[in-house]
Design a protein around this ligand. Structure first.
Ligand code: BGC
Ligand code: CA
Length: 295
């Protein structure tokens, strides 16, 4: 089957983020919340009136998720925490990696039962010290798996029984068996492997047809993969480092894509001046409502 190509990509916020990441759609406020990990900011984009606001953070936050009780749960440089999206106040919960001083949390999302699943990475991007943890609503933390330099993802299949995970440094997207009842992972398999031209698999999201969308760090693309791992659609991005994506808008039919400037030299930035922007791409499919953290 031929791969479809999408080229309608609008920069809705040329924020110039160092490491734009972790977009989350909040249907209650009609906003896309996203992070600049290295710039230490929480950014909030209102899709209806195109208004943007940004608050400073006191630490590097890799991922956030909405809480059922309001506010955000966050995966930070210092472990799991609660985050107030208005004031930026952080309340520490627990740090499963207090002993790994070069590690920071990098990406995360809630599973269908409201656990917050987040992965860490070696900030120097050399040692395979990254692990994926599950934070339950009652505050308990379980380590699911690890041994990766950079953990990205997860995203879940519509039935919640597959956990997709990006081994970004190894250029693989893996699919783990997942039991939503117990919140445990089983066997894993390679879902797809990126070629050097495709870059590194970064942030991911699943749509209502069970297809997986993945941002290609260093690859100028976002790709939609069918559940069998074959390529269905590519979005040609105007920047080399798209980092993550989420469905948003009233009908969940827009893909919001974050991007990064970090590591690009002057010449690269000149050819991709929108690096660090938040983009919006109209797509022919809908996202799935994302579950909220139970704690
Ligand atoms: C990390 C970056 C890393 C990139 C590689 C991102 O999720 O935050 O530090 O370079 O993944 O794919
Ligand atoms: Ca990422």
């Amino acid at each position: 089957m031929q791969t479809k190509i999408l080229t309608t990509v609008e920069a809705v916020w040329a924020a110039g983020a160092e490491l734009g990441e972790g977009p989350v759609w909040d249907e209650e406020t009609g906003t896309v919340l996203w992070l600049d990990i290295k710039g230490r900011r929480l950014n909030v984009h209102n899709v209806k009136d195109n208004e943007n606001r940004s608050i400073e953070l006191t630490t590097e936050i890799g991922a956030i998720a909405l809480r059922k009780s309001g506010g955000l749960v966050a995966a930070t440089r210092e472990g799991f925490a609660l985050l107030d999206p208005v004031t930026g106040t952080i309340e520490a919960l627990s740090d499963p990696e207090a002993h790994l001083t070069e590690n920071r949390f990098n990406d995360g999302k809630c599973d269908p039962r409201g656990r917050f699943i987040a992965g860490s990475m070696d900030d120097l991007e050399t040692s395979p010290s990254g692990s994926v943890y599950s934070l339950q609503g009652d505050g308990k933390v379980n380590r699911l798996f690890g041994g990766y330099v950079i953990c990205n993802g997860p995203a879940f299949s519509p039935d919640g029984r597959t956990l997709y995970f990006c081994d970004s440094a190894g250029c693989d997207i893996l699919a783990f068996d997942y039991d939503p009842e117990s919140g445990t992972t089983g066997a894993s398999r390679i879902f797809t492997r990126f070629s050097p031209q495709q870059g590194h698999p970064d942030g991911i999201t699943v749509d209502s047809e069970g297809c997986l969308w993945c941002a290609h760090w260093g690859g100028w693309l976002v790709t939609r993969f069918r559940p069998d791992g074959s390529e269905d659609t590519v979005i040609e991005m105007p920047v080399p480092q798209p980092t993550s994506c989420v469905f948003g808008g009233r009908d969940l039919d827009r893909l919001y894509v974050t991007s990064a400037r970090v590591g690009l030299d002057e010449k690269e930035l000149q050819s991709a001046p929108l690096s660090g922007a938040l983009f919006c791409v109209p797509v022919n499919t809908r996202g799935l409502p994302v579950s909220r953290f139970g704690g």
